[in-house]
Design a protein around this ligand. Structure first.
Ligand code: MN
Length: 210
């Protein structure tokens, strides 16, 4: 069973002006599409791997043969990361932006002091990730934590990537996520993207993860 590229839950232009349509098209069809294609190529013919979910594959990389392990780490991670990323964004007129609510908001206040403090810390971690990677909010041992990973690494891969836990929110800080509009100005992208964050979806992910 080959992996497939999930459809975006909104149009390419739906996140304008925060994220431009051309970036969304290249990012989804081009980059995410390539991760799916390359993941399928890597595991083709290996029934014990083809039967797993992408999350299960990247959660147990030692079970992947060494000759394709890096390909599965990079492209499986790319597939899982981007599949989450599209879900945790929403157009402003469909709930994007605003503030978290319910149990997620309570946990953020409990673990970071306030939503504002959380945003400052998350933005700082995202800004300081050198080169390509992701900033994460994860739940581990019942607590929320912030961290970042390189390349397409995902906290499900465990301590080998420097951060472990169940992802609640992942923010793509690869240049391909923002370069057409923001060029080298990653801090402007980081400041703007809160306007299209899908707190409702993130709350659902948190409820399932904790
Ligand atoms: Mn990306």
């Amino acid at each position: 069973m080959a992996f497939t590229l999930p459809n975006l839950p909104y149009d390419f232009a739906a996140l304008e002006p925060v994220i431009d349509a051309k970036t969304m098209q290249i990012h989804h069809d081009g980059h995410h599409g390539a991760y799916v294609k390359n993941l399928n190529t890597a595991i083709a013919g290996k029934a014990n791997l083809e039967s797993k979910t992408a999350e299960a594959l990247i959660s147990d990389l030692v079970a992947v043969p060494e000759d394709i392990r890096t390909a599965v780490r990079n492209n499986g991670g790319g597939h899982v990361n981007h599949s989450m990323f599209w879900q945790i964004l929403a157009p402003k007129d469909q709930g994007g932006g605003g503030e978290p609510s319910g149990a997620l908001a309570a946990a953020i206040v409990n673990d970071f002091g306030s939503v504002a403090d959380f945003k400052v810390k998350f933005t700082d971690v995202a800004a300081k990730r050198f080169g390509s990677g992701w900033a994460w909010l994860v739940v581990k041992g019942g607590k929320l934590a912030i961290g970042s990973t390189a390349n397409q690494d995902n906290p499900l891969m465990g301590e080998i990537v420097g951060l472990s836990g169940k992802p609640v929110l992942g923010l793509d800080v690869w240049e391909h996520a923002y370069y057409l509009k923001y060029q080298n100005r990653r801090p402007e992208y980081l400041a703007a993207w809160w306007q299209v964050i899908n707190w409702k979806k993130i709350g659902e992910i948190y409820a399932a993860a904790k």
